[in-house]
Ligand binder design. Structure first.
Ligand SMILES: [Zn+2]
Ligand SMILES: [Zn+2]
Length: 115
């Protein structure tokens, strides 16, 4: 299979919290380490070929045995779901708050279902 991952590592200003995000030196930086928001710019990781450019909100955290934390995003503009690996310097509090939020949503659904 063709490897579609393109290295595209540069800093940017977060569209959500305004944080000046510095580049990562080991892989493409694709989200803000402070608030975890991302932008819908890639079709394949790092290609920046997506014209959507919507703000992507972290809605869930998955734990992957190989990759560690994987952040699940939903695009505010087109609604597409997307997954990004968490970076080493991501704010752990932000990750935990996304986890708690997704757990609350899950509980809410469960309660609604049982009523
Ligand atoms: Zn941010
Ligand atoms: Zn989008």
């Amino acid at each position: 299979m063709e490897r579609k991952f393109k290295k595209n590592d540069h800093g940017f200003t977060c569209m959500s919290c305004g944080h000046q995000v510095e580049k990562l030196n080991y892989t493409s930086r694709d989200h803000c380490p402070k608030c975890l928001f991302s932008l819908h710019v890639d079709i394949n990781p790092g290609d920046r070929n997506n014209t959507c450019k919507g703000l992507m909100k972290p809605i869930d955290i998955e734990k992957n045995q190989k990759k560690g934390f994987v952040i699940v995003y939903k695009c505010n503009k087109c609604g597409e779901l997307h997954k990004n690996k968490a970076a080493v310097d991501d704010n752990l509090d932000a990750i935990i708050s996304v986890m708690n939020r997704s757990y609350d949503v899950y509980l809410e659904k469960l309660i609604k279902k049982n009523n």
